[in-house]
Write a protein that binds this ligand. Structure first.
Ligand code: HEC
Ligand code: HEC
Length: 271
């Protein structure tokens, strides 16, 4: 029996924003044992102007992320835990996954290109386990990615100092400032120049990839960073990036270098 599922049933109220009632009912049963409140992991650090999207959310959505018992993403974490035990544990110890998400995307020797964490997992799934190709939004890939990234929760994002990544990072930086779409806007115009302002009701965050994969209230489900970026590009009427394509990987490399040192929050909740 997975505690996540039972709690989820009790907590479906959380989905419509009744977080306080829900957390009170479960008494923090799955959290840190009931004693100290769990760390926020998205609060801005003193003296750092960078803000996680967490810092800009409503108190109710923040509470949902902070409390593992109320965070609907926990269903995927539990699924990922089971998949990892069945498909990965013969080669990997869970404890050795600590810190792995914080240093991805990383260079892959065989492919001679960077792999995001999701691509790395899909590669092991295909080549080591003979599985079918897994795209970014594949349920199994999201669950495994979430479980692996959870092992780095609270750790600072630490992009590797590998010179082979530099041209990719530069390509990502160029994409970030390039105007695209019918609205002729770049990522930087929204996330650097206009962060903190409102756009059609939603606050524009600084756009840091600190919590992926996330549970998004608007999706009523989990999604990858690539899905989030697709939403931004569709918003400006631009062509979405090819799933797992070079541009998507390059942009992710730029985003993690921009967010270096910020703590990972996976599994985050976003509006
Ligand atoms: C027109 C403004 C706009 C543009 C252009 C834009 N975004 Fe966004 N982006 C947003 C808004 C608004 C949100 C938050 C949406 C919400 O909460 O409903 C967001 C969310 C994000 C997030 C999620 C942050 C978090 O806390 O999880 C990331 C990452 C991001 N954008 C990256 C990008 C990148 C990379 C590009 C360029 C390819 C881009 N965005 C282009 C407006 C924009
Ligand atoms: C047959 C053994 C084997 C299996 C099964 C396997 N892997 Fe791997 N994995 C490896 C090896 C070997 C590496 C080192 C990189 C390489 O050569 O691909 C690796 C690398 C990784 C990394 C990067 C680790 C780091 O320190 O950067 C992750 C993450 C990972 N595997 C996840 C998974 C997941 C998730 C599964 C289950 C779906 C899985 N692997 C199944 C052998 C395996």
């Amino acid at each position: 029996m997975t505690p996540g599922r039972a709690v989820f049933a009790a907590c479906s109220a959380a989905l419509v924003g009744l977080v306080t009632a829900c957390t009170a009912a479960t008494g923090g049963a799955m959290g840190s044992g009931g004693a100290a409140p769990p760390p926020a992991r998205g609060e801005p650090a003193a003296g750092d102007p960078r803000r996680s999207g967490y810092a800009d959310m409503s108190a109710a959505t923040q509470a949902m992320q902070r409390d593992d018992a109320a965070n609907p993403a926990w269903l995927w974490v539990e699924d990922g835990r089971q998949r990892f035990a069945a498909q990965c544990a013969r080669c990997h110890e869970v404890a050795r996954m600590a810190g792995v998400a914080a240093r991805h995307p990383a260079w892959d020797e065989r492919a001679q290109r960077p792999f995001t964490l999701g691509q790395r997992i899909a590669d092991c799934h295909e080549r080591r386990n003979g599985g079918a190709p897994m795209l970014p939004e594949d349920d199994g890939r999201l669950a495994l990615e979430m479980f692996v990234a959870l092992q780095s929760r609270g750790r600072p994002i630490a992009p590797p100092a590998d010179a082979r990544l530099a041209p990719w990072r530069e390509r990502g930086r160029a994409l970030f400032v390039q105007r695209v779409g019918q609205l002729d806007l770049s990522c930087a115009q929204c996330h650097d120049a206009h962060a903190g302002r409102r756009l059609a009701g939603s606050l524009i965050p600084q756009g840091h990839p600190t919590g992926y994969p996330i549970y998004r209230l608007e999706w009523q489900g989990v999604g990858s960073l690539q899905r989030r970026l697709r939403g931004c590009l569709v918003g400006v009427r631009a062509e979405p990036l090819a799933p797992d394509g070079d541009d998507a990987t390059a942009l992710e490399l730029h985003l993690v270098s921009r967010a270096a040192g910020m703590p990972l929050e996976t599994p985050a909740v976003r509006p």
